[in-house]
Design a protein around this ligand. Structure first.
Ligand code: FAD
Length: 359
């Protein structure tokens, strides 16, 4: 028998920045909101960031609505952002249940049952904000399982200590790849493999330019204009200090992908071989949507068809965060705000005209 833990108008699955932003915009409505998060504490994916991770924009560009992130010297650190998110959810007194893992969501009458490892919640609407961190992506290469060295994904990387004096292959050309390469190359002999030539932003701009691009795209979309895609995207490498230093040391050079693994390294396209002790996969993430298996709405790319931020096939289910498919830059602190707000507005429009299930 599954224990019923409660009823709410809105259950938000996941308790990172996207969840908090949606909850913020719902707090002036009469709707009851419960956040179910499987983290041990507040902070979402930021808790798992590497030790030296810093945001790529200053605090005022890394803030959620209502209460801004306290300014810091330089760009905020991983711990600054975790502490900010912890204070934020306390400040607004959101109802966050942790650790609770949502395992399944089923439709029931005109609402949902949300199944978890702690029992069942009933909701009139669900917002999924589970992010991507728990679903790392690693491409497959021939011979990969025979490689005897260490393989980790960037989601497991904490610091360079395990790589001192080693020969390390860093795979992936985004910001994670560039930053981890920059750090590890200080203590190890590194080779950097990227699918295409990495795009570096000019030295004098930071992550703000990425938000400006996202805003330009959003405005064009609102006005029904076709915007010539501005060059680059969120994957462009921001020249944070450690990356600049790596460039000065002459290690910020990417090479084309290899063909296959051997038991001690890789074979390149020209047939030559290199020995490696370790591989760090900075190859990104996929949406963490395992809780939607029964609803059967996740496509082969791991995404869901949306109208705005609402599921086309399952009305009453919204998505915030994840990546461009839910909105331009929607998985960033500032970029997610407009989509969280739009979601809260729609939720209010749909739910407040109907009677509440919670008694
Ligand atoms: P998350 O933070 O991943 O939160 C999702 C939560 O849901 C987690 O607590 C997770 O445990 C929980 N969860 C997952 N599945 C379940 C389930 N089934 N049941 C219950 N709970 C579940 N953005 C910026 O704005 N500025 C930056 O400088 C910046 N730098 C970045 C650097 C790196 C290296 C990375 C990877 C990202 C960066 N981002 C940055 C992007 C972005 O801010 C983060 O990815 C952000 O964590 C997304 O927030 P979220 O709330 O959508 O998801």
């Amino acid at each position: 028998i599954t224990t019923t833990r409660g009823n709410a108008d809105v259950v938000i699955v996941g308790g990172g920045q996207s969840a908090l932003t949606v909850a913020y915009f719902l707090r002036r409505t009469p709707l009851s909101v419960v956040i179910l998060d499987n983290g041990e504490g507040p902070g979402g994916a930021w808790v798992h960031g590497w030790d030296s991770l810093r945001l790529f924009s200053p605090a005022q560009w890394s803030s959620l609505p209502g209460w801004g992130m306290p300014t810091t010297e330089g760009y905020p650190t991983r711990d600054d952002i975790v502490s900010y998110l912890a204070q934020y959810e306390k400040r607004y007194d959101f109802s966050v249940k942790r650790p609770v893992t949502v395992t399944d969501i089923l439709r029931e009458n005109d609402g949902f049952t949300v199944h978890t490892d702690q029992g069942l919640w009933r909701a009139r609407a669900v917002v999924s904000t589970t992010g991507t961190w728990s679903h790392p992506f690693i491409p497959t290469y021939p011979g990969q399982s025979t490689f005897a060295g260490l393989q980790i994904h960037s989601s497991q990387y904490r610091n360079a200590a395990a790589f001192v004096g080693k020969r390390v292959l860093v795979v992936g050309g985004g910001n994670s790849g560039a930053q981890i390469l920059a750090e590890v190359s200080g203590v190890a002999k590194t080779t950097w493999v990227t699918q295409t030539e990495p795009v570096f932003l000019p030295d004098d701009v930071d992550g703000r330019v990425l938000f400006e691009r996202a805003t330009a795209k959003w405005k064009a979309q609102q006005e029904g204009r076709l915007l010539q895609d501005p060059p680059g995207g969120l994957g462009d490498v921001v020249m944070v200090e450690p990356v600049k230093l790596a460039r000065e040391r002459g290690v910020l050079h990417a090479v084309h992908p290899f063909l296959a693994f051997t038991d001690s390294g890789v074979i390149w396209q020209d047939g030559s071989r290199t020995v490696f002790d370790a591989v760090i996969w900075c190859t990104g993430f996929r949406p963490a949507l395992q809780h939607l298996t029964s609803l059967n709405i996740v496509d082969a790319d791991g995404k869901v068809a949306l109208s705005g931020t609402q599921s086309v096939e399952v009305p009453g289910l919204w998505f915030v965060g994840y990546g461009e498919w839910t909105g331009f830059a929607s998985a960033t602190l500032v970029g997610g705000m407009r989509y969280a707000k739009a979601t809260a507005l729609e939720l209010a429009q749909v739910l407040i005209t109907r009677p509440s299930v919670s008694q």
